[in-house]
Design a protein around this ligand. Structure first.
Ligand code: BDR
Ligand code: CA
Length: 312
């Protein structure tokens, strides 16, 4: 099977970090054409710094890192330092990165790559600002996308940033709307799936005992960000939201869901960013996405451990 060509758009974030490491540990399956940092969990200069630190940690010096959007299309940026810490990647003591940032903007990189390379999959781990800008500035690229695989939205699990909205869908609701209406092939890993992959103490111990540098560093990262989820939801650890996207690409059978219509609320103050999922076909709106609601937690962690063990 040929490798899947992907661009990762991300706002690291500890769970973004695990997703990036999982992708970079899987070179036989994934050809990572570039990583674009976007403002989200923390402002852009920090997500960019964190993306560079993670590439250095992985030892993959062939990866190109780009700067994406500094702010959402219309909203004021809402960040999540209360979960991820002031740097967005609190916990591990990673050196300040010396890794270069490409000169081209992240949005231009996405446009140019889609225009010149066939079959590219976009993987989004943060707000959809860069993807929406690329689709708006260059509508010709939409039909060139193989699939957009997104950690985004929720249905039965409701919200984590507000009573009804998931963080990535909420932070740039206008961008979410553009992508959901784009007619690109969309796959969503929403809270309904990601809440089934919890980093329990036993799973954290496997990371600590991995025998390399990356495993224990990953455990320290997750420890630093799990308190919020444990307190709010009463779980034994934190859900690994963003790595579900990469795990889906590596082993789609770990997830299942339905072809449904998904729209997002862009106006209401009360429900901004809420994804409205027509699970029961109550409307005649056409399905526009595959919406995953089930995840095999054991299978997910086996895959994660097997791959992270390969890194330095
Ligand atoms: C999403 O929000 C961010 O805080 C996480 O990194 C993840 O992408 C979960 O709602
Ligand atoms: Ca994220």
């Amino acid at each position: 099977m040929s490798k899947r060509k992907i661009i990762i758009d991300t706002d690291p974030g500890q769970d973004d970090a695990l997703a990036i490491l999982l992708a970079l540990a899987s070179p036989e399956d994934l050809d990572v054409l570039g990583i674009v940092a976007v403002a989200g969990n923390v402002p852009l200069h920090q997500t960019l710094n964190n993306a560079r630190k993670l590439v250095e940690l992985s030892g993959r010096t062939d990866i190109k890192v780009f700067a994406g959007s500094e702010r959402p299309l219309r909203q004021t940026l809402v960040t999540a330092e209360h979960i991820h810490g002031a740097t967005g990647l609190d916990g591990p003591d990673l050196p300040e990165p010396t890794y270069p940032v490409e000169e081209k903007s992240g949005v231009q990189f996405i446009i140019d790559t889609l225009r010149t390379v066939d079959d590219v999959t976009l993987v989004t781990l943060g707000p959809l600002t860069d993807i929406a800008r690329a689709f708006t500035e260059a509508p010709d690229v939409v039909g060139r996308v193989r699939e957009v695989v997104m950690m985004l939205g929720s249905w039965r699990e409701l919200g984590n940033v507000s009573p009804t909205a998931e963080f990535n869908a909420y932070v740039d609701a206008a961008a979410t709307d553009i992508v959901l209406r784009s007619e690109a092939r969309l796959t969503l890993l929403p809270l309904d799936a990601t809440h089934k992959v919890i980093s329990t103490p036993e799973r954290m111990q496997v990371l600590r005992d991995m025998g390399n540098r990356t495993g224990p560093q990953a455990a320290i990262m997750l420890k630093a960000s799990e308190a919020f989820d444990m307190a709010r939801f009463g779980w034994a650890g934190a859900p690994l939201h963003d790595p579900c996207t990469i795990a889906y690409l590596l082993k789609p059978e770990l997830f299942s869901g339905r072809e449904v219509n998904v729209m997002v609320e862009t106006e209401s103050e009360l429900t901004l960013g809420m994804t409205v999922v027509d699970w029961w076909k109550s409307t005649d709106r056409k399905p526009n996405a595959t919406f995953m609601t089930e995840a095999d937690g054991e299978g997910f962690y086996q895959l994660l451990f097997e791959r992270l063990r390969r890194l330095p």
